[in-house]
Design a protein around this ligand. Sequence first.
Ligand SMILES: *[C@@H]1O[C@H](CO)[C@@H](O)[C@H](O)[C@H]1NC(C)=O
Ligand SMILES: *[C@@H]1O[C@H](CO)[C@@H](O)[C@H](O)[C@H]1NC(C)=O
Ligand SMILES: *[C@@H]1O[C@H](CO)[C@@H](O)[C@H](O)[C@H]1NC(C)=O
Length: 374
Amino acid sequence: MCQNISRSCKNLFFKVALVIVVSPIVYVYFEPTVNWLKSLNYPSVPKHDVCGDICINALKTPNQIQIAASSQGGDLDTILLIWMWPFGQQFDLGLCSSMYDIHGCHLTVDKSQFNKAHGILFHHRDINGDLSNMPKLPRPPFQKWVWMNMESPSNSRQRSNLNNLFNLTMTYRQDSDIMVPYGRISENTGGKKHDEIPHKNKLVCWIVSNWNSDFKRSKYYEELKEHISIETYGNHSNGRISNQDYSDVVSSCKFYLSFENSIHKDYITEKLYKPLSLGTVPVVLGPPRKNYEEFIPGSAFIHVDDFNSSKELAEHLKLLDQNDDLYRQFFTWKEHFVASASIFGPDQACHACDHIRRNKNYRVVNDLNSWYWG
Ligand SMILES: *[C@@H]1O[C@H](CO)[C@@H](O)[C@H](O)[C@H]1NC(C)=O
Ligand SMILES: *[C@@H]1O[C@H](CO)[C@@H](O)[C@H](O)[C@H]1NC(C)=O
Ligand SMILES: *[C@@H]1O[C@H](CO)[C@@H](O)[C@H](O)[C@H]1NC(C)=O
C-alpha cells in the first residue's frame, strides 16, 4: 500500500504518528482532571448504584434460618411459647404466614402448652434478676429456650446467672444463632416503579428521644449544629412525637441524623431503616461504614466517619443541598431495592419458631455472659 511515499500514505503516517504522540498528552491532560475531581473529596458520593456482594448476600438471607434449612423442610406443627410479652407489648400471633411466608408455626402465650412447646421465647429485659419468673417444670428433652435481646450490650444489664440456660441466641448480631436485624433491604420484586423523592422543606433533622450528653452522638450533634442548622424534635423539652408526625417530619427532610445511642458491631437500628424507607438520606453514626455496607447499599447513606470534621460534613451537606443531581444519586438503589423496618415482636417470634422448626440439632449456650458482654 505504501510502496511509494505518496501523499495519502504520508497523511496516514502522520495521522498514526499524531495519535501515538498525542495520546499520552490527552492522557496526561485528563489524568490531572480526574485527580482534581478526586481531590474535591466527595467521600460519600455513591460509588455503586446497587448493593455490593456482601450486602446482597446478607439481605437475601435476612436471617440464618434459610441457610441452615434442613432438607426435609421441618415439622409442620412447631409450637413456640412466648413466655413473656417483650417489654409487655402484645402483638398478633397469627402473622407468620402472611407477613413472613413462614408456615407450620404456631405461636402461643398459653403457659399450659409448656410440655408440648418446641421452643420457648424469653426476652432479656423481662427476665427477673433472681429468675423467679422463669419456668419451674423440668424441660422436655426436645425443647429449646431462646434468649431474645435486641438491645446493645451497653443498653442491657449484664447477667451472669443466664449461662447454661438457653439453647439459642436471637439478637441483631450476625453471630447469633438467629439473627434478626432491625430492618432490611429486599429486592424490589413487585415490579413497582420506585417512589419519587418526597417533597423536602427541611435540610437536616434529628428526632431524639433519649438525650444523654455523654453519648457520642450528643457530642457530635453539638459540634455539627455550629456549622449547619438542624431541626430537632422529641427532646424532652419539646415533648414526644407521634408515629404520623414522625413519618411526616422525616420524609420532609433531605437528611436525617441516624445516630445510634451506642456503638457496637451490627447495632444498626430502625434509626437507619425508617428514614431509608421514608425517602430520606440517613447520615449515620455507629459502627464503621464497612459494617453498614453488609446490610445496605453503600450509596444509600452518608457516614460521619467519611469526613475529618463535623464542619466538613456540614459543608458537604450544604453542597448536596445545592446540587440536585448529586443528591438524587443517593436514591438510585431504590430502582432495585426497597427498605423496611422490622416489626418488633412478630419478626422475632416468627423467625425463632421457623428456626426451631428447621433445626433439630442439640445446642447449649454455655457462656452467654461473655459472648454478649465480653
Ligand atoms: C436536649 O435537651 C438538653 C437538656 O435540656 C440540651 O442540652 C440539648 O441541647 C437538647 N438537645 C436537642 C437535640 O435539642
Ligand atoms: C482529611 O484528613 C486526611 C488525613 O489527615 C487528609 O489527608 C485529608 O486531606 C483531609 N481531607 C480534607 C478534605 O481536609
Ligand atoms: C438446651 O439447653 C439445656 C440447658 O443447658 C440442656 O439441658 C438441653 O439438653 C438443651 N436442649 C437441646 C434440645 O439442645
